[in-house]
Ligand binder design. Structure first.
Ligand code: ATP
Length: 456
């Protein structure tokens, strides 16, 4: 597998409180609460100017390594609304429920599967010690209606998981592209869930984005492909974090496995919230295509072009979250440290994001803003770099403050134009994590940066 360049494992730093990342996200334009001027909506967020850059980079890197680098994987983009029968076939109408209990005293609600066992056994609220009520089932699907005439409108659902479109388009992909089993279909798309307890910022939202691979195989090759994708996905996450020891597999226990699943693993990441699921690797056998064949009446079996064997392909699924990746990367990258220059008494906040995912790749800074030649040279260089990567120009406040502003948003390189530049065309390149400075000729700068900020 080709991957982002490995970064050295970071020194052990304390787990970052979510509030730090929430505050930074709002202050610097990564993430805003949705409809904030109306008081907000729990579990729904908008992404700001830097957030959308980071998000796009994360998505592009996933797509690049999953689709572009695999000859036997193609992509689709399905609609958020589907025929309502899809959700009957998938089992969501019947089974997509959370069991919930409410405290009679403080009225807080809890998912029973998220409560510490002893609290549920004693029916004791973990918040105030009050009495927990009888469990109730809540279906997570979000209902919506198609059509305009009252009485003729059709009830359907916003998709509760994005991957259903892949099963729906499987036959069309087979017939319209040149794929043959074994092959995979990828998709990145929104999913909607009426989560009973949205919270922890982007971790549990009501509208979020998933990335899925459904990989279709002959049953005899299931184990080998399951192992391949399991390792591949783990390595993928491993390559984009700095705290490598905070990533692990968690095998599903026998009582968690679906009846058709021989095995399943979660890839988990440890944050202040503890070990939590980041992505699931699932053995789905022929369950999804068989159910859709049955409910739609369409034959979704596959005929091997050589052996002519006819069968329903089995599926290996890898299903993760774009938003959890976004959040985990911020929590992984965030650090407050003593100012490395030692000159200022302040601490420096820095995001040690992998340079290839960082929202801004380079900042161009004239040493002084009142020296026309410095400003003109810096602006010309900025224009040139902007065509190649996301580059910012900044001339406000002293150079130390400008470095700090870029550190805080994870910009891996700052380029300073000073008086020496005017004499010999060299610039100072300052690296974010080490704060080391190197002098480079302006002509060599684009290549120098591109080598360090694009995937390979
Ligand atoms: P959980 O057990 O945390 O509720 P899940 O097992 O229901 O998650 P899946 O249905 O397997 O999750 O969804 C695949 C991925 O989508 C998860 O690994 C996670 O990254 C992401 N995801 C699921 N629910 C949410 C949510 N409410 N908000 C943000 N991301 C989510």
């Amino acid at each position: 597998m080709t991957q982002l360049e490995e970064q050295p494992t970071a020194k052990e730093t304390p787990l970052v409180p979510i509030e730090k990342v929430v505050a930074l996200s709002k202050r610097r334009g990564f993430v805003y609460p949705n409809s904030e001027i109306y008081g907000g909506v729990a579990g729904i967020y908008d992404f700001g100017p830097l957030g959308v850059e980071l998000r796009n980079n994360i998505r592009r890197y996933w797509w690049w390594s999953m689709v572009q680098l695999h000859d036997n994987v193609v992509g689709i983009e399905g609609a958020n609304i589907t025929h309502p029968r899809v959700w009957e076939a998938s089992g969501h109408v019947e089974n997509f429920v959370d069991r919930l209990t409410e405290c009679a005293n403080c009225k807080r609600r809890f998912r029973i599967d998220h409560l510490p066992e002893e609290n549920w056994e004693q029916k004791k609220c973990p918040n105030c010690g009050g009495k927990l009520g009888e469990p109730r089932n809540f279906n997570l699907l979000m209902e919506t209606y198609l059509g305009v005439v009252e009485g003729e409108r059709m009830k359907t659902y916003l998709r509760g998981e994005a991957c259903q479109n892949i099963y729906l388009d499987y036959d069309n992909v087979l017939k319209s592209s040149r794929v043959q089993v074994p092959f995979g279909i990828c998709q990145i798309g929104k999913a909607y869930r009426n989560e009973v307890t949205p919270g922890n910022f982007l971790f549990r939202q009501r509208e979020f984005e998933q990335w899925d691979l459904q990989f279709f195989v002959h049953p005899s090759e299931m184990q080998q492909w399951f192992d391949y994708w399991k390792e591949f996905r783990f390595n993928w996450y491993h390559s984009i974090i700095t705290h490598k020891d905070r990533l692990r597999f968690r095998p599903h226990a026998a009582d968690e496995l679906a009846h058709y699943a021989k095995q399943a693993f979660d890839i988990e990441y440890r944050t202040i919230l503890g070990w939590q699921e980041w992505e699931g690797i699932h053995w789905r056998q022929d369950w999804d295509l068989s159910r859709h064949s049955q409910y739609s009446g369409q034959d979704l079996s596959y005929t091997d072009p050589i052996t002519k064997e006819r069968y329903i392909p089995w599926i290996v699924e890898t299903s993760g979250g774009v938003d959890r990746t976004f959040l985990n990367l911020l929590l992984d990258a965030y650090e407050e440290e003593p100012d490395p220059s030692g000159r200022e008494s302040e601490t420096r906040t820095v995001l040690h994001l992998n340079p290839m995912l960082a929202p801004v790749k380079v900042a161009v800074l004239p040493l002084q803003k009142n020296k026309e030649e410095l400003v003109t040279t810096a602006k010309t260089l900025h224009k040139k770099l902007q065509r190649l990567m996301v580059a910012q120009y900044d001339e406000v406040q002293n150079i130390g403050r400008r470095y700090r502003r870029q550190d805080e948003i994870g910009t891996p390189y700052c380029v300073t134009i000073d008086f020496t530049t005017l004499e010999d065309q060299t610039v100072t390149v300052r690296e974010r994590d080490t704060t080391a400075q190197t002098r480079i000729h302006m002509e060599e700068l684009p290549m120098y940066l591109l080598e360090r900020v694009t995937w390979k």
